[in-house]
Design a protein. Sequence first.
Length: 114
Amino acid sequence: MADNDWKKRLGVVYSTNPDFKYITEEAAEPDTPAPQRQRLIVSIDRRQRAGKQVTLIKGFTGRSEDLEALGKKLKTRCGVGGSAKDGEITLQGDLRDKVTGLLLEMGYNAKRGN
């Protein structure tokens, strides 16, 4: 099914060669730097969430697997739900102080935002 992903081939001219294989270049994810070199901002957000508060952790650079692992660790340590995608971790509720303390304890360079 992955070989027939037409969205990745938009704008490609049709080839009459029966042996032609369309090859896409995969963008390599950058390696995750050490926690001391990460600058994370912990803030709160209420926009487009029906008035509910969520804690946002922005500024993570590195592989998506490492982001998801950090998100899972924070969710279990805080006892809340959330998600980790697009370089951003979202936790349910206002947990800015607790999350900032946990990140500093883990060795990250974290700062409490708004």
